[in-house]
Structures are given as structure tokens and as C-alpha cells.
Design a protein around this ligand. Sequence first.
Ligand code: FE2
Length: 246
Amino acid sequence: MQPVSRREMLGSLGTLAVAGGWIGLTPDEVVAQESGGSGKALREYSLPPLGYAYDALEPHIDAQTMQLHHDKHHAGYARKLNKALKGLDAVRQKGGSGEFARIRTLTDALAFNGSGHVLHTVFWKNMKKHGGGQPTGSLARMLDRDFGSFDRFVKHYSKAAGTVQGSGWGILAWEPLSRRLLVFGAEKHQNLTMWGSVPLLVTDVWEHAYYLKYQNQRGKYVAAFWNVIDWDNVAERLSQAMRLTG
Ligand SMILES: [Fe+2]
């Protein structure tokens, strides 16, 4: 089983995506460690490596789609996330009312591009060459408990992903308050989710994720996605999410 690094896991925890090496530290220790004591350091998000060849998921997801999706689309979300944060920093520094008129636009950009960056970061790790099959062990038992059976989960998730209105994501998430698994159909990247839930398995259903190969047949793409899932990665994310949100 390929272990999930702490940084990768924190990527799936959203707002903690740029943190690293801080577990067990106090807030003051984190500030001192990450800013060199100046309090001015601006930490940047970056595009994670894909981790496998562009054609590794053929024939289910084609190489050209993977290359464009990772190198262009995801890179754009990371770049615009950093741009939004720099814009907010500039607004705070200048402080005038004219500058603060930009807060709404920049805050929207932060949520959209930040959520896009987090979900794509999880998405690449959720897939592997020769993936598919079914989960085993504790993940399988939790899916049975929360959805009735693996087959019922697959039908539920596929329908949620396939019927997202416009662009969005199918998402299996750990919800820590009720300690259960939930399925969401998120619109764009940031809408129709639930605060605090941790994405474990995500399916990008934006047209850029499938249109070159599947054109308007999103359902066929979602069906093919089950053949590339790395269930070990999903199981490890569940274990880490439960430890970090306990
Ligand atoms: Fe995407």
C-alpha cells in the first residue's frame, strides 16, 4: 500500500493545504517555524506531480486529457489561488476603501480556485494504473455500514456524479461530527458540500475531464472511472482523516 504523506492528506483537508510538519505544535510555534519569526512570509501553493505517466489510465482516461487536465487546468487553479491571496494581501496593506471594494471578487476567487486545487490534488492520488476492483478491510466495512453494500454505494455515487448540474464533482467524504461517510455532488468546486467533511474519493465531472474521449456522454466516463480507482489510497485517506479529525 502506498502511504499518503502528511502534506497530501492536508491537501484534502482544504484550508490546511499549505501546512506541513506542524502537528503537535502550538500556533505560536507554527508562526515562528513558517515565517522565520517575521510574520510576513507568504506561503505559495504549487502543482503536485501527477505521479504516473499521462497514458497510465488508458483506455479509460486518455493521455491527452490527462496532460491538459493536470498541466493546464490544475496548474491554473494553483496559480490563481496564489494570485487571489496576493491580491488580498495587497488590499490589506493599502487599506483604502477603493481597495477594499475588491474583497468580494478576491474572496470568491479564493474559494473557487482553492477548492479546485484541493480536489484536483486528491483526484490524481485517487487513481492509478491497473486500478479498480473493490475496497477491502475497514473501508469496505464502512461502505457497507453507511450505504448498505458496495453495489449500492456505486449506484448512489455514480448518480450523484453523473447528475451534477453543470461543472462539478462526485465526492465521497468522511464527516467527522457524525462519524460517517457521505456522498456529495458539488457544483463548480466549492458549492453544495458540507463544512468539515474530508474528501476521500473524488470524480471530476467538468467537461475538461472527459470531453475529448467521451464528448457529451458523462455517464460513460463515470462508469469508466471505477476501473482506475486506487482503493488503497482511499482507505489510507479514511484512516488519516479519522485520526486528524477525531
Ligand atoms: Fe478538473
